[in-house]
Design a protein around this ligand. Structure first.
Ligand code: ADP
Ligand code: MG
Length: 699
């Protein structure tokens, strides 16, 4: 097997190697130019690529092709067409044209459009993204595409991402020119998303409606053991899990997804997969595929992969760490602290631009991670907090302080002091500090955004980050414009100084989970947007609308439509949860509880009729307790359903969302606590659904 891996790797993608082999030289060159520089692709090139792609796909067993896109559902969508085309004599040929490659026309009316549908035409179209490789899966050629309405409004998560990458590249190149770099022509965002997930047995899963409909348990008494022994993180993989991970790797490798690291996570039954980083839009496509394949491979092992942010109460939930950096087309990581003063100037400008971006648009960063599922992590007592702050580590913070105060630093260990004439200090990279409580941490040569939920597309946070950094760079550019090259170091020094003073409030190297930080953050004037309904209105705040429209990432209509979709999604999720909870309580929990109360009462009665002096106080107390719970849960369930109805009838989405959060979730939490306490009294065998013990410890 091992020898075969290099051959297997990427065998199902229309790779550069395949392109070179299958395409005429001039066509290959034209396609590479489009991929690398984003230049327009002529129809003759598209035709030639289509022929090569089809030939390769058919050789590899494909009969169909699909434009693959990422509508606002957060999932991917596909509509398969076969390659067959009648040749006129009752026969068929396998055919695929450049036009079919470049453009598709799926009906857009059944995808969430948040009102855009009403304003614009129902027809939508998909447009090939040649920068992300086509691939074969289950006998179909998948062509990554962007999805827009007929009048050009983005209806997906790829279009704005590509726009944001473009904007950021433009601003970054401009800045590099100003700093004296004459060679770079393009700057790309790189992303490495670390993906957390849970694995549970499929037979157990199938007996829990909450897992089936909501992806998370809505109640369940804690197992006697949770994560307190800290024995799961990086622990030995159980054979079934190990077999799963192996199969998963192979499937991902075939698609050229560089799955690299796999390990057990903190919570029982929780695991993580991390790929080697890639260009943003490819990494986003790959993460979507990874999530899909994780689920598919799990089923083969009679497992279910849970991507929900909080499948189980009382143990850690799952997130997705978005590692983010900038790379030039000549291969330089702009967030790598350099060895020379010139490199350091560059590094400090880009570093400060990110700090500024996150400070100015901290609210949008929070919005980019908002979902009903993720609220259980960010708003709860779990990693990371809902307050956005930036961790830089002690060394880098010291460097910035020395710039701010015009004091040369150099007394600290490990820090190299540049004693020359250069104004900026010269330092080595700090890669030892690992603050795990920060939502946005500098980790040596990249930033790691840790707020994202495990089920989310990584697209949105990167759209926000790219755009906000582009804006910060544009503002810095204005401040430095016109500076003579010989004065540049000094000017950058002054710029950094001003920027630190303005933005140091976002820098926090301490414990993000502590109570003191919440107070401190408030004093500093930072946002603490605890829940999705709290933060979503920031999306339509003037300053954010201004940012996105100015950089042509979203039109105002697109922003409002996305805002509407996010709200709607939140409300729908909570309503599904409320109804699922009511159903499970009514049909599963209450009958089990009633049966056990009846059985206990009958047993006590039998004991009494056998020997009247036998003490049955314990049974009586239990029956009384169970009966009280029966009444209170019956009542609570009815109230929950009535609250759900009220929410549904609320016309205003923002109001409905707030109502869901303050009324429905609170009622669900009360019910959860009551049910959990009662569950602990009922024998597992009498419950028609598996308990936490079984779900978390049976693999
Ligand atoms: P951690 O300690 O957080 O696990 P790693 O060094 O293992 O850190 O990296 C985690 C992720 O960061 C991996 O997916 C890796 O590919 C990604 N990564 C590394 N360098 C970069 C970069 N320059 N840009 C984006 N992602 C990166
Ligand atoms: Mg990490």
């Amino acid at each position: 097997m091992n020898k075969e891996i290099p051959e297997l790797y990427g065998s199902m993608i229309f790779s550069n190697k395949v392109m070179r082999k299958k395409l005429p030289k001039d066509m290959y060159k034209a396609l590479r130019k489009t991929i690398e520089n984003g230049t327009h692709l002529e129809l003759d090139v598209a035709n030639s690529v289509a022929v090569a792609m089809k030939e390769w796909a058919v050789e590899n067993g494909a009969t169909h092709y699909t434009h693959w896109f990422q509508p606002m559902t957060g999932f991917t969508a596909e509509k398969h067409d076969s390659f067959i085309s009648p040749s006129g004599d009752g026969e068929v040929i396998m055919d695929f044209s450049g036009k079919e490659l470049v453009k598709g026309e799926p009906d857009a009316s059944s995808f969430p459009s948040g009102g855009l549908r009403a304003t614009f035409e129902a027809r939508g179209y998909t447009a090939w993204d040649p920068t992300s490789p086509a691939f074969i899966k289950d006998g179909t050629l998948y062509i990554p595409t962007a999805f827009c309405s007929y009048s050009g409004e983005a209806l997906d998560k790829k279009t704005p991402l590509l726009r944001s990458m473009e904007t950021l590249s433009e601003q970054a190149v401009k800045m590099l020119r100003l700093l004296g770099n004459e060679t770079v022509t393009r700057v790309s965002t790189t992303i490495g998303p670390e993906q957390e997930y849970f694995l549970v047995d499929k037979d157990l899963y199938n007996r829990r409606k909450d897992l089936i409909f909501c992806g998370r348990t809505l109640f369940g008494a804690s197992a006697p053991k949770g994560q307190e022994m800290e024995d799961h993180y990086f622990g030995t993989l159980k054979p079934r899990v190990s077999a799963y991970m192996h199969d998963l790797d192979v499937e991902l490798w075939k698609l050229g997804i560089p799955a690299k690291t796999k390990h057990n996570e903190v919570a029982p039954a929780q695991h993580e997969l991390a790929p080697v980083f890639d260009t943003a839009n490819i990494a986003v496509d790959h993460n979507q595929l990874t999530m899909e394949i994780m689920k598919k491979v799990a089923e083969k092992h009679n497992l279910i992969c849970l991507l929900h942010e909080k499948p189980f109460e009382g143990i850690n939930g799952s997130g997705k760490h978005n590692n983010w950096s900038l790379i030039t087309n000549d291969g330089v990581n702009l967030l790598n602290p350099g060895r020379t003063p010139a490199q350091n100037i560059q590094f400090l400008v880009f570093l400060m631009a990110v700090v500024k971006a996150v400070d100015d648009y901290a609210d949008m960063m929070r919005v980019s991670a908002a979902s009903a599922g993720n609220d259980h992590r960010l708003g709860g007592n779990e990693a990371p907090p809902a307050i956005v702050s930036v961790f830089l580590g002690d060394e880098l913070t010291a460097v910035l302080e020395s710039i701010e105060n015009d004091t040369y630093f150099g007394k600290q260990e490990k820090v190299q002091l540049d004693t020359g004439a250069h104004v900026l200090p010269h330092f080595v990279k700090d890669n030892t500090d690992r603050n795990r409580t920060s939502p946005f941490a500098f980790t040596g040569n990249k930033f790691e955004f840790r707020m994202l939920g495990s089920a989310a597309s990584v697209s949105t946070p990167n759209i926000v980050l790219n755009t906000a950094v582009a804006e910060a760079l544009a503002q810095f550019y204005k401040e430095l414009e016109g500076t003579k090259p010989e004065d540049m170091e000094k000017a950058v020094h002054e710029l950094i100084k001003r920027a630190i003073r303005k933005h140091k409030k976002i820098i926090f190297n301490g414990n993000g989970y502590s109570e003191e930080w919440i107070k401190e953050a408030k004093n500093r004037g930072l946002y603490n947007l605890v829940s999705t309904p709290d933060c979503l209105p920031q999306f339509i705040a003037d300053k954010n609308v201004d940012l996105f429209t100015r950089h042509h990432i979203f039109t105002k209509d697109e922003i409002f439509s996305r805002y509407e979709i996010l709200l709607e999604n939140y409300v729908k999720t909570i309503l599904i949860e409320a109804r699922t909870m009511a159903e499970m309580l009514t049909k599963d929990f209450l009958p089990a509880l009633n049966a056990y109360a009846g059985e206990t009462a009958r047993n006590a009665g039998m004991k009494k009729s056998f020997l009247p002096t036998l003490a049955t106080e314990a049974e009586e107390a239990l029956v009384t307790r169970l009966t009280e719970v029966y009444a209170s849960v019956t009542d609570g369930t009815a109230q929950l359903l009535s609250l759900a109805e009220t929410a549904e009838e609320t016309g205003d989405m923002q109001q409905a969302a707030q109502f869901c959060r303050t009324n429905i979730l609170a009622r669900m939490e009360e019910l959860r606590l009551t049910v959990n306490a009662a569950e602990a009294l009922i024998p597992d065998g009498l419950l028609p659904y598996p308990t936490y013990d079984e779900l978390l410890f049976s693999l």
